[in-house]
Design a protein around this ligand. Structure first.
Ligand SMILES: [Zn+2]
Length: 757
């Protein structure tokens, strides 16, 4: 899995330029001058090792057969990765969990009125693409964690199926009560579509890939081009992961052999209505059979039909039945013990399971990870000893529900909470720009790494190329000025969509998600066509961006593992949090203004006067204007955070000055122990309202928008969902979180001041 839109550095106008300085030239943050010199030498050796030929051969092997959870080749790949780690000289093992993973037994989508049509639900092999013909091993097209069901009902087209689309339907006088909805992919994480449909009374949900979004409207389709062919289907999970990811039967604990399990019927994350995905080949006859209002302009896709909303006269029969047995998960975990601080862990992961052959998702991210491990094996033979422990993980079961990473994190949560310094994730990789997202305490750190990596096609540093794109894309003079002058590019915040979620949002570990992309589009996501043939024809065909990813993440891991003092920087965090506070304040004000204006227009008769009297139209009802909230606690705490960050930076500059000998003093160990708690302080044991598994108070996936990021999620959710009674409590909790963070940073600053008085 990955986000359908890759995170890009976020730029917005109207902020203050802070005096954030990159580390002085030739210097490495957190290193003494002497150790920085040795570090640079090891890093240079490291970056010379990853090889495109190795990456290609690993991909050929890992994507040779379908390898979803529970399949023979999934296990074979795990064992092969284990043997690879061991052959590199690393200590490695497989950790097994047993999880609920439904696989399809019966699937039916058919039009029963006004005409008959039976959907194919089958992706045909493509001549010249050998793995596309491995039909007996391919997981059929389906949405995992759809409840079993057999329903026949009128059809309604709901566009992307997000809450705003249902408001639009209401204006058109269309209800989905008792209907089967058909939604198109994109516009939200897919699990949101059946969730929102069920809340509006629908009895079934079909999700299809419209050619406008990733088919022929975008470009030539496979095999002539990279885009989705007529019968291509996007598989994927529809579990309610904004509640909690991982095994639905063991929330909060590792799914070990004798873990206590919920009954399947009690698992809250399984869908409430049956769901199946279909191709645009199968969708066309269903959509063409709809009558009712013509769909709003933005709802119309790329098929050669008039898009109508319904309901009916198209009537559809939908039937889903799965095998609900437990399946084994094989996480492959390798360790390089730390020489000086073995109880501080730097963790790096990518998943190895796929929906089918998965050359792009996940193998294109997995193979750089293997090259990093191979390179470390060579450096170890040459005498490199990381200060901290490095853990390399190839996760199983990411596609269904972040299963392998979540169960591993839940099983090791206490130890991780004490020891984890950072988690670095990748998932897929392609050609283009480096996307950097994650914890803002690592913003300066990852900018510094990006300044040391060469873009293989333009020969600029990947940082410079990102900066120039930020200038090109800026939508205002202020944004251009920021892109040119701010010392560091902003990194994206993380919602969810890959294995970093349990590390960041459940335990509170500083996290980065990294990958190249932006120049290699395509429509093979989660289909049988995401394979070696497609990837080596249309994506990073020479594997030079695979090498760049290995160089980028591998350098970052080494630097985090070797720095005498952890290179967290809090000025960027404080500034970003200050922006989040302003954003939620503006959100409330905008809501108040909108409701006031709409109520006024209702009184004036604007809606009824401007709707075509011959068309059905239901005017909106008047609403109560949202109350004023007191944001002062958040503003005060954001100010305290800024002061703490400034104090820390002053102490840090002093400690690192003149060769930074202070950083090598034995007392730095206590400072690192404090710093380790900095991201943890941003979590609350109580978690978010209605989903306590999510503990991070600054970043979370949206509850109703799926995997897009919510910042200050508790407060934001209260405003968006009108939970007015708990809004003050959420503001208080946000403020306490920022205070706790400021406390940790002040403590660290004091320790630094004592190191270099
Ligand atoms: Zn993936």
């Amino acid at each position: 899995m990955r986000l359908t839109a890759r995170p890009i550095p976020v730029l917005a106008a109207g902020f203050l330029l802070l005096a954030l300085a990159p580390s002085p030239a030739g210097d490495l943050r957190g290193f003494t001058a002497e150790s920085a010199k040795a570090q640079r030498e090891w890093e240079t050796k490291f970056r010379a090792i990853p090889s495109p030929d190795s990456l290609r051969e690993y991909m050929r092997r890992l994507s040779a057969r379908p390898h979803h959870v529970g399949s023979p080749y999934d296990k074979a790949n795990a064992e092969w990765i284990l043997a690879k780690f061991q052959s590199f000289g690393l200590d490695a093992q497989i950790e097994q969990f047993d999880v609920l993973f439904p696989t399809p037994k019966e699937r039916v989508v058919e039009l029963v009125a006004p005409t008959k049509f039976v959907a194919k639900l089958q992706e045909p092999p493509v001549p010249g693409d050998p793995t596309s013909a491995q039909q007996s091993e391919q997981l059929p097209t389906y949405n995992a964690y759809s409840i079993d069901g057999d329903v026949t009902a009128p059809l309604v087209y709901v566009n992307y199926g997000v809450p705003a689309d249902y408001e639009r339907l209401e204006r058109l006088g269309v209800s989905v009560k008792g209907a089967i909805v058909i939604a198109r992919y994109f516009g939200s994480w897919r699990g949101i579509k059946p969730k929102v449909a069920a809340e509006h009374g629908a009895v079934g949900c079909i999700i299809y890939s419209d050619p406008k979004d990733d088919g022929y409207t975008q470009g030539e389709v496979y095999p002539q081009g990279p885009w989705r062919p007529k019968d291509g289907v996007q598989r994927g999970s529809v579990m309610d992961m904004p509640v909690y990811p991982g095994d639905p039967l063991t929330p909060g604990v590792g799914a070990t052999k004798d873990a206590k399990r919920l009954a399947i019927g009690d698992a809250p994350t399984i869908t409430k209505i049956p769901v199946l995905p279909i191709s645009y080949g199968d969708a066309q006859p269903l959509l063409a059979a709809l009558a009712g209002p013509v769909a709003p302009e933005e709802w119309r896709g790329g098929l050669g039909i008039t898009y109508r909303v319904g309901p009916g006269p198209a009537k559809v029969h939908l039937r889903v039945k799965s095998d609900w047995s437990l399946k084994p998960l094989y996480d492959v975990i390798a360790r390089i013990p730390g020489a000086a601080a073995p109880d501080e862990w730097v963790i790096r992961g990518n998943h190895h399971d796929a929906w089918v052959n998965g050359a792009e998702d996940p193998v294109s991210g997995q193979v750089p990870l293997l090259e990093e491990a191979r390179a470390y094996g060579q450096l170890l033979k040459q005498g490199w000893r990381p200060r901290r422990t490095i853990i390399y993980a190839a996760w199983d079961g990411e596609e269904p529900a972040l299963l392998g990473s979540t169960e591993w994190v839940e099983a090791h949560a206490d130890e991780l909470s004490r020891k984890a310094v950072a988690y670095l994730n990748s998932d897929t990789n392609g050609r283009g720009y480096l996307a950097m997202a994650g914890s803002h305490a690592l913003e300066q750190f990852i900018n510094d790494v990006a300044r040391d990596i060469e873009d293989p096609e333009t020969r600029l540093t990947v940082w410079k190329r990102d900066q120039l794109r930020a200038i090109a894309r800026a939508d205002s003079a202020a944004a251009r000025q920021e892109a040119r002058q701010r010392a560091n590019l902003r990194i994206g915040a993380l919602g969810s969509g890959s294995d970093y979620t349990p590390f960041l949002q459940h335990v509170g570990i500083a996290t980065l998600n990294l990958g190249y992309g932006g120049e290699d589009g395509g429509g093979i996501y989660h289909s049988i066509y995401d394979d070696f043939k497609w990837y080596t024809t249309f994506a990073d065909t020479s594997f030079v961006y695979g090498r760049a990813l290995a160089q980028t993440v591998g350098t970052a891991v080494m630097r985090l593992a070797d720095a005498e003092v952890l290179p967290y920087e809090f000025g960027g965090l404080a500034e970003t949090v200050g922006r989040y506070v302003k954003e939620v304040e503006k959100l409330l004000k905008d809501r108040q203004d909108d409701v006031r204006e709409r109520n006024r227009q209702i009184d004036e008769g604007v809606f009824t006067a401007t709707a075509d009297p011959r068309d059905p139209f239901v005017p909106p009802a008047k609403e109560e204007v949202p109350p004023f909230l007191n944001f002062a606690p958040l503003d005060n705490s954001a100010g305290a955070l800024t002061r703490a960050a400034d104090r820390y930076e002053r102490a840090f500059a002093k400690a690192q000055a003149n060769g930074g000998a202070a950083l090598a003093r034995p007392e730095a160990a206590a400072l690192n122990a404090t710093l380790l708690q900095a991201e943890r302080a941003l979590t609350s044991r109580d978690g978010l309202p209605r989903r306590p598994w999510y503990r991070h108070q600054i970043y979370a996936p949206g509850f109703y928008t799926g995997y897009g990021v919510k910042t200050l999620p508790g407060v934001r959710e209260a405003i968006e969902q009108k939970y007015w009674k708990e809004a003050d409590e959420q503001i208080a909790r946000g403020s306490q979180t920022l205070d706790a963070e400021a406390d940790v940073i002040n403590r660290a600053a004091e320790q630094l001041e004592n190191l270099a008085p």
